[in-house]
Design a protein around this ligand. Structure first.
Ligand SMILES: [Zn+2]
Length: 50
């Protein structure tokens, strides 16, 4: 199963992700530490509305 990095939209495998974070009950995975930091700075901009 692959997941999509919400910042750069790269498809990644969760076990190979550089990091993950939870936001509003959803888990997001990131290809790199810099994508994770961008998300954490402005999660509302990157998180998918449910
Ligand atoms: Zn990324």
């Amino acid at each position: 199963m692959k997941v999509t990095d919400p910042v750069c939209h790269m498809q990644i495998e969760p076990e190979k992700a550089a990091g993950k974070t939870e936001y509003q009950g959803q888990t997001y995975w990131f290809c790199s530490e810099s994508c994770k930091k961008k998300f954490e700075a402005k999660p509302a901009q990157y998180a998918k509305p449910k």
